[in-house]
Design a protein around this ligand. Structure first.
Ligand code: AMP
Length: 380
């Protein structure tokens, strides 16, 4: 299957080619024609599967064929759980829209950033990407009109439920016209998602992408058994001796993320922490610097284990184990994406061995453990 068979206009085909997408991912093959045909879609697919382009491309095509609405009247609404995902979806809209003869304005709005500029930017927006709380705030201040929404996307719907956004989601749906196209994307098909599916979707096309998390098969994994106080030296040893360049490190707390960043910076590494206690601006800048290669090491909490999309990220390090095996899989899934190989390194203390076994069992993959007494960490 090639992108040429999906009913996309030349302008978009050109942009897809210049992005280096050789052929559509399975979710794109199935979702693009279904969405263009006006069907509701239930997509069980994770970040890394190419799900964003699978709805962004057909939405742009559909809007291109429609008259521009009155000012501040939104035609496509994308609900997302986090600011990071909002920014990424926005970037995808911006990228493909700029290739169209008449670009379609999209806007991302989310909490943690001041609301006034978002109200002003609403001018002329036809696509709105929003986290639920901020969307309601904006709606209640009459910043936009949702009575002409024709397409709604719930992206990472399972994460939205996990974050407790159920009531907000219901409220938002009540703002929308009842005749509309509904697209629901979720990493898992839980009971709750099935419930929403039945309530929201009308005879949907169901698309299930197995093992789409960049497929952990593309991730080489190693683990080091280490004393807690030796984690810092081991980290610096790996960064130096392996000359690791673009490394995403996960810690389990904000405090630890800051501490690791501070220690690395003191030791001359270019490192920054990114977590919920940082301002949105600081998070955006750190992420952009990391993506561009200006920043070598980014230390994150689990807030970022989903949604963040860094093409060809080579290495993820679990400085601390997450409690949930799911989070472990999401963390390591930041690498080994877009069909290139990745490396995930995990630090384990003796006390965590049992928990690590549980994680490996859930993941269905056993990881070779290296004993650090074989390494000379003196001087690191
Ligand atoms: P997503 O699952 O939407 O977060 O997309 C994951 C990554 O795959 C993004 O970096 C996209 O730019 C990239 N991508 C999406 N579709 C394709 C494709 N057909 N070929 C190659 N890369 C793609």
């Amino acid at each position: 299957m090639s992108f040429n068979n999906l009913g996309l206009p030349n302008a978009l085909l050109k942009e897809i080619a210049s992005e280096g997408y050789a052929k559509p991912y399975p979710i794109q093959e199935q979702a693009i024609p279904a969405i263009l045909n006006g069907k509701d879609v239930l997509g069980i697919a994770k970040t890394g599967s190419g799900k964003t382009a699978s709805y962004v491309l057909p939405i742009l095509i559909k809007l291109q064929h429609k008259a521009a609405p009155k000012n501040r009247h939104i035609q496509a609404l994308i609900l997302v759980p986090t600011r990071e995902l909002a920014s990424q979806v926005f970037e995808t809209f911006k990228l493909f829209s700029s290739a169209l003869p008449t670009p379609i304005k999209s806007l991302a709005v989310f909490g943690g950033a001041s609301i006034n500029p978002q109200m002003i930017q609403m001018q002329g927006a036809r696509v709105l990407i929003a986290t639920p709380g901020r969307l309601i705030e904006l709606k209640e201040s009459n910043a936009m009109n949702l009575s002409e929404v024709e397409i709604i996307v719930l992206d990472e719907a399972d994460k939205m439920l996990n974050l407790g956004f159920r009531d907000e989601m219901d409220k938002i749906l009540s703002y929308l016209p009842s005749k509309r196209q509904n697209l629901l994307f979720s990493a898992t098909l839980s009971k709750e998602i099935q419930g929403i599916n039945r309530l929201l979707l009308n005879d949907p096309i169901e698309i299930k992408i197995e093992n789409s998390e960049g497929s952990i098969e593309l991730i080489d994994q190693t683990a080091y058994l280490i004393l807690d106080e030796q984690k810092g030296p081991l980290l610096r040893y790996l960064l130096k001796t392996e000359a690791l360049k673009q490394v995403l490190i996960f810690t389990s707390s904000v405090y630890k993320a800051d501490q690791v960043a501070e220690k690395l910076t003191k030791n001359g590494f270019s490192a920054q922490a990114i977590h919920s206690k940082k301002s949105q601006r600081a998070r955006n800048v750190a992420l952009a610097d990391f993506k561009s290669g200006k920043l070598n090491v980014l230390i994150a909490t689990d807030l970022l284990s989903r949604g963040v999309d860094i093409d060809h990220l080579p290495v993820v390090i679990n400085y601390e184990l997450p409690r949930s095996p799911k989070d472990f899989i999401h963390r390591i899934g930041r690498t080994g994406r877009a069909e290139s190989r990745g490396l995930a390194i995990t630090f384990i203390t003796k006390e965590e061995l049992h928990h690590f076994k549980v994680i490996q069992k859930k993941m269905g993959k056993w990881i070779q453990l290296t004993f650090t007494d074989e390494l000379d960490l003196r001087g690191f």
